[in-house]
Design a protein around this ligand. Structure first.
Ligand SMILES: [Zn+2]
Length: 392
C-alpha cells in the first residue's frame, strides 16, 4: 500500500531511518525507502549525510531480488554508547555499540539498605569508572541511557522502589561528562526497548502493552518509536488485590507484585531470588513443583492476568507481551494468565481481540536494556541530540 508522504522535519526523517535500522538490524535500500516512505533519491541524499557523520555504514551485497546488487545499510559499528542500569543489588555500567555488543562492563554494589546519599555515591563511582575507561581509549560517548526501577512521572525525585534522586545524578553526570546527552528511563520501559530492538521475532509492530515480571512487576505502553509518547510506563504491578495480602516494597499490602515478582516466586518455591537468577531458565526443570505449589502459582498468575485485563479496560489495545519468569512455564500453567485477562476484560479476550505473546525473561543481562535504550534515544533524535538531561 502506498502511503502519502507526510511533511516531516529533517530530524524526523533521519529518526525514521535510524529507528528502522535499529529494529531491523539492517536493510537494503529499496525496502528501507519503502519502510520510511521516501523516494530512493531522497533516501540517498540522507544516507549520504548519515554516513558522513559516522552513524551508518553500507556494504555492497548482492540483493535477494531483481535489480541487485545494492547496498546493505546498517548502523555504524563504531558509535559508542554509555549504559547504566540500576538493579536491587548493584549499578551496572557499560559501554557498547548500536547493535548491542558490549565493550566494557562493571558492577558497583549497592549497600543493603540504600539511601539517596549512598545511591548517589554509587552513581559517582560508576560515572568515574566510565570516564576513566573512555578517556584512556579516547572514546567519546554519543548518548548515555540510565535505567531506574520504579521511575515514573511522580517519582523523579522521590522513588519509592530504590531511593534515587534523578535530578542530582543528572547534575553529577553533566559535571563528569559535559555535553554528552543522557536520558533516564524506567527499567521496564528499557526492557521493552531491549526486546523490540534486539529480537528478530518480536511479536508486535503495532501499539501494545509490554509486561515485565522480574524483581518487580510493571508494564509499558509501546507505540511507534517516532511518537513522543512511544514508551510510557504503567504501574500495573501495584494494583491491590486485598489489603490483607503480603507486604509490597511500595509500602502497600496485596499488590499483584507482592504475589508474582521474582522474590515472591522464590519465597513460594522456598529458595532465594539469587538462586533463581543463577539457575536462569533452568529453574523450571531444576525445582520440582508440588501440586499445592502449582495450584498457588496458577492462582497468582490468574491475579496477574486480572491486573493486565484491568489495564486493558482502562486503555484498550490489541497486543500484550509478557516477559519474565512466567514465559518459562509450560503452556498449561501460563494459561492462568490468559484466564485472568478473560475474567476481567470487558467483553472477554476474544471479543476485545487481544493477542498475547510470551518473550523470554531479560533480567540478569544488565546493562543490555540501558544500552538498547541509549541506542533508541540516539536513533529517535535522528542523530541530532540536543545535549541536555531529560527524563523520558
Ligand atoms: Zn506495591
Amino acid at each position: 500500500m502506498e502511503m502519502p508522504e507526510q511533511p516531516r522535519s529533517r530530524r524526523q526523517t533521519r529518526a525514521a531511518i535510524l529507528t528502522h535500522l535499529l529494529q531491523s538490524g539492517g536493510s537494503f535500500r529499496p525496502p528501507l525507502a519503502k519502510a520510511v516512505r521516501l523516494s530512493e533519491a531522497s533516501l540517498s541524499r540522507i544516507l549520504f549525510d548519515l554516513k558522513a557523520e559516522g552513524l551508518i555504514e553500507e556494504v555492497r551485497r548482492p540483493a535477494p531480488y531483481v535489480g541487485g546488487p545494492t547496498g546493505l545499510v546498517s548502523l555504524d559499528g563504531t558509535v559508542a554508547l554509555g549504559a547504566l542500569e540500576l538493579t536491587g543489588q548493584w549499578l551496572s555500567v557499560g559501554v557498547g555499540g548500536l547493535s548491542g555488543e558490549l565493550r566494557y562492563t562493571e558492577r558497583v554494589p549497592l549497600p543493603k539498605k540504600p539511601t539517596v546519599e549512598s545511591v548517589g555515591r554509587v552513581f559517582r563511582e560508576a560515572l568515574t569508572l566510565l570516564r576513566d575507561w573512555t578517556q584512556r581509549r579516547h572514546i567519546r560517548l554519543s548518548q548515555v541511557g540510565i535505567t531506574v526501577p520504579g521511575l515514573g512521572r511522580l517519582s523523579v525525585s522521590g522513588n519509592p522502589i530504590i531511593p534515587c534522586d534523578v535530578e542530582r545524578i543528572g547534575g553529577m553526570f553533566g559535571e563528569i561528562f559535559p555535553g554528552v546527552p543522557v536520558a533516564f528511563i524506567n527499567s521496564v520501559v528499557a526492557h521493552a526497548t531491549f526486546h523490540r530492538c534486539r529480537s528478530d521475532s518480536y511479536p508486535f509492530s503495532d501499539p501494545h502493552l509490554f509486561v515485565f515480571v522480574g524483581q518487580g512487576v510493571a508494564g509499558a505502553w509501546v507505540d511507534d518509536p517516532i511518537e513522543d509518547d512511544a514508551l510510557d510506563p504503567v504501574e500495573l504491578g501495584h494494583m491491590v488485590f486485598g489489603t490483607d495480602g503480603p507486604r509490597c516494597r511500595c509500602g502497600h499490602h496485596g499488590c499483584v507484585e507482592a504475589y508474582t515478582s521474582l522474590p515472591a516466586l522464590a519465597e513460594l518455591l522456598r529458595t532465594t531470588e539469587a538462586e533463581l537468577l543463577q539457575l536462569g531458565p533452568d529453574w523450571v526443570t531444576a525445582i520440582p513443583l508440588s501440586s499445592r505449589v502449582r495450584q498457588e502459582l496458577r492462582q497468582r498468575l490468574f491475579r496477574l492476568g486480572l491486573a493486565i485485563g484491568n489495564t486493558l479496560n482502562v486503555k484498550p489495545c490489541r497486543g500484550v507481551v509478557v516477559s519474565g519468569w512466567p514465559s518459562l512455564l509450560a503452556e498449561d500453567d501460563r494459561k492462568a494468565i490468559v484466564d485472568g485477562i478473560d475474567a476481567c476484560l470487558l467483553g472477554g479476550r476474544k471479543h476485545a481481540q487481544v493477542s498475547l505473546a510470551f518473550v523470554p525473561p531479560s533480567n540478569g543481562n544488565d546493562p543490555q536494556a540501558a544500552l538498547a535504550f541509549a541506542a533508541f534515544c540516539l536513533a529517535r533524535s535522528g542523530g541530532m541530540p540536543a545535549a541536555s538531561t531529560e527524563a523520558a
